[in-house]
Design a protein around this ligand. Structure first.
Ligand code: 0X9
Ligand code: ZN
Length: 305
């Protein structure tokens, strides 16, 4: 298999989520984080294992968003692989990771775009909403309601990549998902997966200013990257702000979550690849790296209290 094709369309991922929730009905359930323009659900998995016989323990929430850009196929695949690690690994570091958090994991938050990239245009990035002038889609990582429309954003609905939408949260995907996230109490970690740059980003993406816990975010992020490095001896760049390492971009999910919800630990991982075509054979190594990176991330966060 040269590409992930036939392996992991959104319906395959959703079938997998349904399947594992049936295997662990006490602590794994399919959750709906929102819906799409074409009527698909943004489905994810909640994993919340019992503590001392309490079936609904109040743990800090770890949220994973992936696949907001349709063509970045390694993100949904890696996230699905990571879910499988959490559910099946006997490694004590992994079971501890699983048990420590109330997980909300969404492998494909732009399901229409993802589907379209499978069936029609491999390089599709945006949503699939119809604009007034007949062009289709907005960049869902430019559409969130924080400093909307300023950097790396287009106001042209026909822009293939960077149309920010007609207004903040014009897209049903970002509107519904942001409302789902707002209703989470105790959100500690928010992690987004993109590709491909092998890079770890911290807020904000539209400014070179460092936020109050920037030093902690970098310290924790560095440990995460060290853990990832141990798997395949590949070191990601960063951690740093997008403005300093990549380019300024506004209207992204990470900045909104940090600014509006005050979530302490917010990261964007740009996964690896040499193009958006990254063969399916790479999923396990990328997945193992991400598992280790999540272990490092949470371990160091604990150390810093
Ligand atoms: O431009 C983007 O949205 C991301 N890069 S990508 O090549 N995957 O498109 C960078 C996102 C970093 N910024 C925010 N998360 N706001
Ligand atoms: Zn992306």
């Amino acid at each position: 298999l040269e590409d992930l094709k036939t392996l992991l369309q959104e319906k395959d991922i959703y079938a997998y989520l349904a399947d594992v929730s049936r295997s662990h009905p006490e602590w794994a359930e399919v959750i709906v984080g929102g819906k799409s323009y074409e009527g698909r659900e943004i489905r994810g998995l909640r994993i919340n294992t019992p503590v001392d016989g309490d079936d609904n323990p109040n743990k800090p929430v770890f949220f994973i968003e992936s696949g907001i850009h349709a063509r970045e196929w390694i993100a949904p695949a890696t996230t699905t692989y990571f879910i499988n690690q959490l559910l099946t690994s006997n490694d004590p570091n992994v079971t501890r990771l699983r048990d420590q958090f109330d997980w909300r994991i969404f492998p494909t938050v732009n399901p229409d775009g993802y589907h379209y990239s499978y069936i029609f245009d491999r390089y599709w990035r945006k949503t699939r909403s119809l604009s007034k002038n007949g062009c289709i889609g907005a960049d869902p990582n430019r559409n969130w309601d924080y400093n909307w429309g300023q950097y790396s954003s287009s106001d042209n609905p026909c822009d293939y990549q960077l149309y920010a939408g007609s207004k903040p949260f014009s897209e049903i995907e970002t509107r519904t998902l942001s409302s789902y996230i707002s209703n989470i109490d105790n959100l500690l970690f928010y992690v987004a997966f993109h590709s491909y740059a092998a890079l770890l980003l911290v807020p904000y993406s539209d400014s070179t200013d460092h936020i109050d816990n920037y030093d902690d975010l970098v310290k924790i992020g560095n440990v995460s990257l060290e853990y990832g490095y141990k798997v395949n001896q590949i070191r990601y760049d960063g951690p740093g702000t997008a403005a300093e390492t990549l380019y300024k971009a506004s209207g992204g999910s990470m900045d909104w979550v940090r600014n509006k919800l005050n979530t302490p630990l917010v990261y964007t991982y740009e996964l690896r690849g040499n193009s958006f075509h990254w063969p399916a054979s790479k999923i396990p190594e990328q997945g193992k790296e991400v598992t280790q990176m999540m272990i490092g991330l949470t371990k160091e966060a604990r150390n810093l209290g």
